[in-house]
Design a protein around this ligand. Sequence first.
Ligand code: TZP
Ligand code: MG
Length: 234
Amino acid sequence: MHDVKTKADAAKHSYTCNKEETEMAKFNPRLYFITDSTKYEKDEFLRRVEEALKGGVTLVQLREKERSTREYLELANEVHKLTLAYNVPLIIDDRLDVAMAADTEGVHFGQSDMPINIARKILGPDKIIGATAKTVPQALEAYEQGADYLGVGAIFPTTTKVKTILTSTDTLADICRAVPIPANAIGGLNKDNIDILKGIPIAGVCVVSAIMKADDPKQAAEELSAAMQDKLEL
Ligand code: TZP
Ligand code: MG
């Protein structure tokens, strides 16, 4: 998967499992929904994930910080059934073992997680590996080690539980131009503030709250998607 030619390739084309279709990227990072199950009973959490899928999210990340390995794996298997039904790749945050056990399409690592080159060696070329990068050197290192996409932020302060610092839009733009893999903006983003990203060659946006905590996650995904089209031509 590490052979996406340009960010535009990755953004335009849909996910495919077929390795032979080398023209097609394996994932579309445009509207990347990262979950947070902490406030919800399992059924309500899964319902919200499915509504987000109905609303057109193009990539899903299961992000669990408190669960045991067993619980993380069980939830990954349940979320994976949903994402497979909508043909959307599922990325597991932090945990290579959980991603492998659930046979999800990919995994995402931050700067203190498994090094990208080690994960690539273990997973092989086909799985999607994402990395968090807050600086150009971090972005270059992740790319050189085999990352398929980058998450860059936080652009705005976030209410989602995360250890992060703010990343300027100038740094985001520098990162987008420094690497040939798709880079997404993350952190406090919603349909009303994404204008700040105008003109920056991001491949997409990553959101938790804007969809997860919305009264209607399907409508929230649709409205965010429309705003991205209108305001960012993305
Ligand atoms: N990394 C940087 S900000 C963030 C992560 C995981 C959380 C984004 O959540 P929200 O609710 O979209 O601000
Ligand atoms: Mg992490």
